[in-house]
Design a protein around this ligand. Structure first.
Ligand SMILES: [Zn+2]
Ligand SMILES: [Zn+2]
Length: 226
């Protein structure tokens, strides 16, 4: 946990951040939301939400003497790194903007008001990129948890497509998040558009080096004149 650094402030500008959360669907299937992974896992929040005290106190959140409030990290890499932790493995990565009162930490914020601007869905339990969200059937009172799955692992579970979940989140984009792995289609494009010129340049460079080596070799093997 990042170390407390500064007293609470208030931002006029919305502050962007990243966090992990479990995707949720309301029991009547008409609305989408999220729940926290560690602190805040006992309640669901919607796309736009105000923090409430997780301890059930009536004070405004966040407060210096209480650990409640929304949390986010400044860097997407820090949030993505957390997805390797078993506790966060089936969570999705949220892009958010924070506003209202906040407390700043070295690597993130604890804050009062949040708007989710993008949902990035990572891997299925089998290791493949998830393409769907499966209804787990249970979660919190009024909300069922959704689990990122690939088409092979979805089986007979009730599923929610990324598009459908986006609609339940008032149009907030829901996308696959697989950094570092280039889809086959893009590789094919690379072959056509980029790879050939790249290889041509590489060959030209090798040819130039070979010419230089041959010149050097010729100079060294030339019979001495004196
Ligand atoms: Zn509190
Ligand atoms: Zn799978």
């Amino acid at each position: 946990m990042p170390r407390f650094r500064a007293p609470k402030e208030r931002s006029a500008e919305p502050l962007p951040g990243f966090k992990l959360a479990h995707p949720m669907i309301s029991v009547d299937g008409t609305s989408g939301g999220f729940s926290g992974v560690s602190l805040g896992r006992t309640r669901a929040y919607r796309v736009i939400a105000d923090a409430e005290c997780a301890q059930g106190a009536s004070h405004r959140s966040p407060a210096r003497w209480c650990d409640c409030g929304f949390y986010c990290l400044h860097a997407i890499a820090d949030a993505r790194a957390l997805t390797c932790d078993p506790d966060y493995r089936y969570a999705v990565l949220l892009e958010i903007v924070a506003s209202g009162r906040y407390i700043r930490y070295e690597r993130g914020l604890r804050y009062e008001r949040q708007r989710v601007t993008k949902v990035r869905v990572g891997r299925c339990g089998c290791g493949q990129q998830a393409q769907l969200l499966a209804d787990m059937g249970e979660g919190l009172v009024g909300w069922r948890r959704l689990l990122p799955v690939c088409t092979s692992c979805a089986g007979r579970r009730r599923i929610v497509s990324f598009e459908a979940f986006s609609r339940l989140l008032a149009g907030t984009p829901v996308v696959a998040d697989e950094p570092g792995i280039v889809p086959d289609a893009e590789l094919a494009d690379t072959d056509e558009a980029t790879l050939v010129p790249l290889l041509t340049a590489e060959v030209a460079l090798l040819q130039a080096r070979l010419d230089a080596v041959q010149r050097e070799l010729a100079r060294l093997t030339e019979p001495r004149k004196n």
